[in-house]
Write a protein that binds this ligand. Structure first.
Ligand code: FAD
Length: 403
């Protein structure tokens, strides 16, 4: 039972994606983890279920067949749908979940700050297949070799030149960095303006000077590609700068607001990993024995399972609450950070305890719990590290940035 239990829309999405996770994602998860390969065929199938690479720009219609109420003041369901669906997909495999949804990182700022022309161009660049016959994907390039948490120190620059901006710099740890057909790139347009000078640009992959770099080898979520991207005097038309279309300022402040919607989703993915490990352990306990007596009769094991269930439920509720606030256009800065930080902690804790309770079998490469243990760690790093979430929560409590 949870906040969505009597809502047919959320329940329907959860059931559909839960079945997809069990039947289609789980069977290929270990293979793609070990090969560090993207599940291109599955991503095509996912698109037919409405999990298209442009879903964030298109709104919820493709997934549910229902349009959002166009009145911007009315409550939406986008954030809660994303939270409900993401838990299920990550329950199947967090890496594959990110492979399916990674383009959403780029689609979010386009959806939030893009002009109609930019949205159309973004969709156009994601239509059809690429030269390898793969479904097209997008990348959001903000982080740099020396700049992750503190984005005011971006070194990538955008210099005006007539009707164009000329982008120069390198990005690192970019999801879909090698394979993307379109990039949303953040660059400093005016060094003296600090954060206010950082702007996003929509850039097609085949633009001269855009050079995908080295693919990273990672601890976890290995079915999702992470790579460097280099921009060597890439010329982008001024119409492709985000935030030129009126209401949205288009700078870094808008990107931060965007994170208030995506952090609950990341927290929900972490819940999916934790639930996967918990259910694996529960099944083992229900059928297994220890020192000749049923495992379920050992209090220390049952207490561990009870603790896990409490933490998973608490993390899920935090994600749902933060998403509900976003859907109702209410401030959720602290709640989004709580959902993300708590989910990450729960995933790491549950998978660590599951490793301990299962013993040496879980150390075998290819064991699902070993994989979930590795996947969980990333949730404490991307989309703002655990420390950064705590800074945001603390600032919300006191009005001050802790130093
Ligand atoms: C799998 C994966 C996918 C990613 N995908 C993308 C992507 O698609 N696009 C993109 O732009 N980026 C992406 N990233 C990058 C990610 O967002 C950064 O790794 C993250 O923001 C942390 O930055 P950093 O690694 O440079 O760490 P740093 O910012 O250098 O931090 C290092 C350590 O210092 C701590 N720290 C930093 N500042 C403070 C502070 N003020 N107070 C207390 N502690 C602090 C951090 O918590 C951390 O422990 C991805 C990363 C990973 C691992």
């Amino acid at each position: 039972m949870d906040l969505f239990h009597n809502n047919p829309l959320f329940q329907g999405v959860r059931q559909m994606l839960g079945a997809f996770a069990k039947q289609s994602i789980r069977p290929i998860a270990i293979k793609h983890d070990q090969e560090e390969s993207m599940p291109w065929d599955l991503m095509k199938t996912a698109a037919t279920l409405g999990l298209s690479q442009t879903a964030v720009v298109d709104g919820r219609k493709k997934l549910t067949g229902v349009d959002e109420d166009p009145d911007p003041k009315k409550p939406k369901s986008q954030a809660r749908l994303a939270v409900a669906g993401s838990e299920e997909l990550a329950y199947g495999c967090a890496g594959i979940c990110l492979a399916i949804g990674g383009s959403g990182l780029a689609a979010s700022p386009v959806s939030r700050m893009g002009t109609e022309e930019q949205k159309q161009e973004f969709r156009r660049l994601l239509t059809g297949t690429d030269d390898k016959g793969h479904i097209r994907v997008a990348a959001m390039a903000l982080s740099e070799p020396a700049t992750g948490s503190d984005i005011s120190g971006l070194k990538t620059t955008a210099r005006p030149d007539g009707d164009y901006w000329v982008i120069r710099g390198s990005k690192q740890w970019i999801t879909n960095g090698q394979s993307a057909s379109v990039y949303v790139v953040w660059a400093q347009t005016e060094a003296s303006a600090g954060r206010a000078g950082v702007r996003g640009f929509v850039i097609a992959r085949d633009t001269p000077g855009l050079i995908p770099g080295k693919k990273e080898t990672k601890l976890g979520i290995r079915a999702s590609e992470t790579a460097q991207v280099h921009f060597e005097d890439v010329r982008v038309h001024k119409d492709m700068m985000l935030g030129i279309g009126g209401e949205a300022a288009g700078g870094l402040a808008d990107t931060k607001k965007m994170l208030d919607s995506t952090r609950p989703v990341v927290g929900a993915q972490a819940v999916g990993i934790a639930r996967a490990a918990y259910e694996f352990l529960l099944e083992r306990v229900q059928g297994g024995s220890l020192h000749g007596t049923p495992m379920a009769s050992h209090q220390h094991i049952m207490f561990e399972l009870a603790e896990m269930q409490m933490e998973i439920t608490a993390s899920r509720m935090l994600a749902h609450r933060a998403a509900w606030l976003a859907d109702h256009h209410l401030d959720n800065v602290a709640e989004a950070s709580m959902a993300k930080a708590h989910g990450a902690r729960t995933a790491q804790w549950v998978t660590t305890r599951a490793m301990v309770l299962l013993g040496e079998e879980a150390l075998e490469p290819g064991h699902p719990v070993e994989k979930w243990y590795r996947d969980a760690k990333i949730y404490d790093i991307f989309e703002g590290t655990g420390q950064i979430q705590r800074r945001i929560i603390a600032k919300h409590m006191t009005g001050q940035n802790p130093t």
